[in-house]
Design a protein around this ligand. Sequence first.
Ligand code: IPM
Ligand code: MG
Length: 368
Amino acid sequence: MANPTLLILAGDGIGPEVMDQVVRIIDWYGEKRSLAFDVEHDLVGGAAYDKHGTPLHDDTMAKALAADAVLLGAVGGPKYDALDFSVKPERGLLRLRKEMDLFSNLRPAQCFDALADFSSLKKDIVAGLDIMIVRELTSGVYFGEPRGIFEEGNERVGINTQRYTESEIDRVARSAFELARRRNNKVCSMEKANVMESGILWREVVQKVHDEDYPDVELTHMYADNGAMQLVRAPKQFDVIVTDNLFGDILSDCAAMLTGSLGMLPSASLGAPNADGRPKALYEPVHGSAPDIAGQGKANPIACILSFAMALRYSFDQGEEAARLEQAVEQVLADGARTADLMGPEDGTPISTTEMGDAILAALDASL
Ligand code: IPM
Ligand code: MG
């Protein structure tokens, strides 16, 4: 059988340096676990703009649609701030999400024991935390029409539209309930039904999907502002949180920080299954391009590496190999390996991006 295909889009800022470590891990799986992938590299974001004048070339889009999974690093940077909105690096990522129809974005926030002290919250509030945010990723205010900056009388008005159809809510709700069944069987849905019609519809549809097909899963509803507060007050009350595109963007950054560092958090963006049963899928770290530290070998590659672990689990049905990689990460953290983002100013000398890769590869070798 042909090897599964991976399209790697390392992108901008720290994207390429963290992705280099993932490539070493992919090679390790080929050599040591007979799990070989056919890997192709291409450009996205500012890197694509520099070469092609667009943040995502049509050929790259076609390759992404054909690949078994896409691994993405990060997009954006101050160099591109002045560009026209339509060619900003972020548009490349948003086009991938939209055209691959990646409606379900899984953002786990898990607190590794070794890092519980490093969270900005008290240790007992975050120790053992394991929650999953399911963010709707292809609709809502990110894509709703009308949008734009228009003249109105003697001034301009900026407009974006929050828009959700029943079927868009239905499909992301189902993915959250399915996940909950494989976890602790609880879903909390977040919206602003107190002020937004789209929130009223959201709540109704989630409840209906639950009552008809997932009555065994515990479902609660929460206004998203209260949800943000509860996430920092008592995050362990949650199992799966399902929410829209914009609230999910914000709540997932908040949840990420509970775990100690944005440099730890992976994500999977999944679409409907293809003919072979595999969902269209893109895996990326939640952190951005971090231009302030780019090119210095300081970045933490763990979020990107754990994104590859999610690919093993959700695209390639390799749950055991995904767990092997996650345990290797847990092991190196327990052994004290720390990149700069995981240290305070008085905590000594951090290790580099490559040294973190070395440590994880050594832990993988030790797992055999
Ligand atoms: C994210 C990012 C993106 C988003 C940006 C880079 C477009 O913040 O993936 O959370 O807003 O969705
Ligand atoms: Mg974000």
